[in-house]
Design a protein around this ligand. Sequence first.
Ligand code: R1P
Length: 333
Amino acid sequence: HKPTYKNANFPTDGEGRTYHLGTKEGEVAPRILSVGSVSRALLLSKLLDPPTSGRPLFQRTSSRGFLTITGRYEGEPVSIVSTHMGQPNMDFVVRENRAIVRGQMAIVRLGTCGAVQRPAKLGDLLIAAHGSIAIRRDPDYWTLMDGRESLFRASNGASRNGTANGTASTNGSGGAATSGGFTGRKPYMTSLPVPANSQLAALLAAEAAQVVGPDRVVEGLNASADSFYSSQGRTGSDFDDRNECLLADLVAAHPDLVSLEMETFQLLDLARCTKGSIKAIGMCVALAERYSNAFLEYHKLEELEISGGTAALRALVHVSLDGPSEAEAETLK
Ligand code: R1P
């Protein structure tokens, strides 16, 4: 069965299902736990109140692979949505759920991330209580660099290579490039911070501290990058990424930076743009220490996901939301 979509501005099918997530009004709760993978969504759905024959769990996978599970936690309707990775996927999740849920919403992301600096360490729960900044690779840096180099070659020939400017463009050290270098332009741009919802952040921090202990919870600033590799400062020889100094520059500019991943900024930015109709926060399990290169043993991750998921669900059901919650509860019965 192939659905037909109407309205290119915001496509929905004949049943009112959104284009990518494939859910419609009544199937998603105003309190949403957004997770990076389908396996995490399924794992955390085990924390929901046991389904009864009169009230089974709602579960739907869209044609694009987004899984939505709706049930209750401590009696309150909640949805767990597998969001996949990166900014565009978080954009689908926030916008398409906003379109089908009535009243104020709360969204908590539970992800994994790199711990950027101490005190954040392997296995900790890192909460973006100070908000998030975006890190984006600026392709114009390379375009302008190439343009300048070919202009250079055309007018001066190879003999000019090795002048101060030419050296900066080709030395590949990343140092000069990261700080401006050849084109006067930086290869990576960082945005100003967008805030998290302070009420949700405080609730989540308190719940997380209860679940794993206060020494395993770190509140600070998050950075969300547009690549797992270049704009997170991972280096290699296949690409001219100019990112060798990126992590050091970030830490120097943001002493409270704790976590580096790929979705929290988009969530907080969109929540901000709803002017209060979405309360949002992000929390991540530190899967890697970027300052020591340690990586969590994968078998330990599930237990940490359950801890983080428990704290996130508790915060979600305790945060106050305005809006037609009775009508919403009615449609979710
Ligand atoms: C990269 O491996 C993915 O893991 C992190 C990053 O943000 C990115 O999505 O989060 P999740 O575990 O939530 O996917």
